[in-house]
Design a protein around this ligand. Sequence first.
Ligand code: ATP
Length: 515
Amino acid sequence: MAQQEDVFKKLVAHCKEYGFVFPSSEIYDGLGAVYDYGQNGVELKNNIKKYWWDSMVLLHENVVGIDAAIFMHPTTWKASGHVDAFNDPLIDNKDSKKRYRADVLIEDLLAKYDDKIEKEVEKAAKRFGESFDAALYRQTNPRVQEHQAKRDEIHARFVKALNDSDLAELKQIIVDYEVVCPISGTKNWTDVRQFNLMFSTEMGSTADGAMKIYLRPETAQGIFVNYLNVQKTGRMKIPFGIAQIGKAFRNEIVARQFIFRMREFEQMEMQFFVRPGTEMEWFKKWKETRLKWHKALGLGDHKYRFHDHDKLAHYANAATDIEFEMPFGFKEVEGIHSRTDFDLSSHEKYSGKSIKYFDPELNESYTPYVIETSIGVDRTFLSIMAASYTEEQLENGESRVVLKLPAVLAPIKLAVMPLVKKDGLPEKAREIMNSLKFDFKCQYDEKDSIGKRYRRQDAIGTPFCVTVDHDSLTDNTVTIRYRDTMQQERVPVEKLHEIIAQKVSMKELFKKIVE
Ligand code: ATP
């Protein structure tokens, strides 16, 4: 674990050093849980967004996009339930004065029991070798059973407390299982309280006329309030979906994990409207499609898993998360929820406008049910950076830090480098770059030794480096160096476009999603 934390620290430092992510307003010492994306970060982020957007609106003829405003009529948030129920249970440690989410402390406690069980199983696997039957061991080993029983007991109490919104019981679990504050190491806890996560501000200039409005805590409501507009103007037939990418804001209680939990972040959400009664079928389908989207990136299939919710939100009848193995454990990057007709019905009630769909096949009107896929851009960014960050020991005794980003997402697709800064090589390099820059984000670099230049590109994940030398002037060939293998190949200049295009095209990823 300590080693993993170390890797995470290095990753955060790397993000800053190489222009991916900076603390917000850093010259004023930053602002809690708010971050800015730098010159490389913004390219990676835009590529992630394009990958998601096109996977929705290109691959599905019945999914269209919108871009709704961040400010919405305040009644929206009354109707959605956020004013009354968008709360987290918080608890303070009186000694360290640190604030925690009570539910997260208990989830961490459960994860500790899972870890203990896994360690027992791993130890036994080593001891017994090939003949080891892990499933049998889990069922029969007394120590594993003891941990499992404890875990089940805590889990049952936790689920019940969440469902009953029983804050006293949440605290009692923390007390009974002697959860300590990681900072002070003490068990000196306050009571658990509810805390609303929405930011508010005022719209309008006069004190009398000013209206309290909220910064949206999710982008989904912008889709629901536009459901009729899009359905009518786009002549959409159920089933169909509306996709949106945009900023969301939450006054998170605990925000100590870099861009994993931010107060201003970005979501990519798609609401898929279906006939009531068919929602479970669509829920299953979107779960599969979304997992394929993640896996197509090639970061390692074993790094993903589904996690079904212990407590369903007030609007949902099924919900699961796609979790990714971050340096600090498996964590949610995407939520897939079956939201029933909760949102549309509620907006219908609060607005007094009919939000029904006339289904010509059934010859009847109904309020559509909704399947939502909701993924955080920033968490996806973090998962990709974490999986790509590699420290390598090279054969010649040197080491390198390389970001093995999926080539399609890399901020810079290729670097063009003249071997030396004279003899017409810079001009030739510029000429090559000028012919490729319409299709690929290129970077020109002529400073320092070629080795140093390669390292700089490795550190930002550039998949190709093209080196121009004296032979290039006569035979019109260059050396292309591949980031991950460091192999070099001599190729004619006119082949460059084809080689690069094939590796950085999203088409190959999309094919994996639809197959
Ligand atoms: P968590 O339980 O971690 O707070 P959530 O279940 O509240 O997350 P959702 O409301 O389902 O999250 O939001 C959908 C997605 O938006 C999440 O899967 C995540 O990727 C992203 N997201 C939510 N909150 C944040 C945040 N504070 N910072 C960054 N991304 C976030």
